[in-house]
Structures are given as structure tokens and as C-alpha cells.
Design a protein around this ligand. Sequence first.
Ligand code: GTP
Ligand code: MG
Length: 220
Amino acid sequence: MKVKFAELATSAVKRDQYPADRGREIVLLGRSNAGKSSLINVMINRKNLARTSSAPGKTRLLNFYRVRGELAGQPQQMYFVDLPGYGYAKVSHSERDRWLDMIDSFLTDPGAEKYCWQLVDIRHAPSAQDITLHNTLKAAGYRMLTIVNKADKVSKNQRAGQLKLISQTLGVPKSELMVFSAITKEGAEQLWELADAFLLEGREEAEAMAKEADSAAAEA
Ligand code: GTP
Ligand code: MG
């Protein structure tokens, strides 16, 4: 998709605050500081629309970024949804429960077709929370992608070893891990290819539904 416009549509806590014009959305999940907001900025070609910070735990709300552009010769809209990160130590139990409720309520909301992108840091073995989230999403049947971020932080030699470790820990074949760097933009093009395929599927679905409605109307 050729991005022409992007804005923070809304920051939400609960369902009635979500934008009304959602269709398909890409959801960023991962530990605090994994680079979710940075990845969104790379995808939409903006320096700091999604707010990033070296202090973890910065994103406390569900941030809906509305993106418009052109895909396969037609106008296209989508959302990136930046979820607050987990694994931030300085969070109380009640705060963590609120976080879980907020995420759960969002993920189970039927208002949009979701593609879950989970980010992990190439330098570390996935945490227990990474693994739990990964398995939960998989069991729930979400379309998902594991993105190994901060690839610029390790050498070529270290990369192979870390990918193997992450692949084994999460149970994802190495060939299905998407290596990414917000600094070098490695992987960004492939991410857009996956995003585009997801969006085009939505378009085909909508066209098929419109056709069905047309023929039902013709029959009546
Ligand atoms: P929360 O909002 O706290 O959940 O964090 P986040 O996942 O949105 O992370 P964010 O994008 O704010 O990035 C955290 C820090 O990592 C920032 O200092 C970024 O500049 C840095 N960072 C993000 N991606 C990369 C990357 O690919 N390479 C390097 N070297 N640094 C990165
Ligand atoms: Mg963030």
C-alpha cells in the first residue's frame, strides 16, 4: 500500500471509544520497549507519529492509527493499533489486571478483522509472557506474525543463533520469523507485502458480499 495519510484517530480504553470506521487492522503486541511504536512509524513513513520512548511502559492506551493510501489502483484504509506493552516491572497488580482486561476486551471485539503482529527483541530469549501471549493468540485462531525486532543490534553470526533460540522457544519455524529493524528498515518491504495481502483479502470479501446482496435483491 502506498501510504498517503496517517493520523492518530483515537486513544481508547474501552470498546465504545474505538473508532467506528474500522475494517481491517494490524495489531502490535509485545513487551514494553520491544519497538511496537517504532515499527508503526517506519510502516507509515513518519518520524514520530506513534510516540516512542526509551522509558518503557510509555504507551498505556490502545492507540488507533488511521492510515489511508492506495493499494492495487484503489483507495485503501486500514488501522494500526498500538497496544501497551507488557513485562514492565514497575506496574502494580491491579494495574496489570486492568491492562489484561483492556487487551482481552479489544482482542475479542468483533468490530474489525485483526492481524496480530507480535514483536520480540532479537537480543533476548522470549519471556514467559511472550510465550503465553503467543500461545493464547494461536489457540484463539488469530492470524499472526512473529517479528524479530532490533536486528541492527546483533552481528550476522549472533543473528543465526538468536533466530534459532526464538524459533525453538516460541515454536515458530525459522522461515516464518520476520526479521526487522526500525533503524535500517530491514524487513519493512516484506511487512507491507504481508499487510497488503491481508488488506486485499478484505477487499475481495467485501466485493463478494456486495455481489451476493445484489443477486439477492435481484431475486426479490
Ligand atoms: P512501549 O510503548 O513501552 O510498549 O514500547 P514500544 O514497544 O512501543 O517501543 P518503542 O517503539 O517506543 O521503542 C523502544 C526503544 O527501542 C526506543 O528507544 C526505540 O528507539 C528503540 N528501538 C525500537 N526499534 C528499534 C530497532 O529496530 N533498533 C534499535 N536499535 N532500536 C530500536
Ligand atoms: Mg509504544
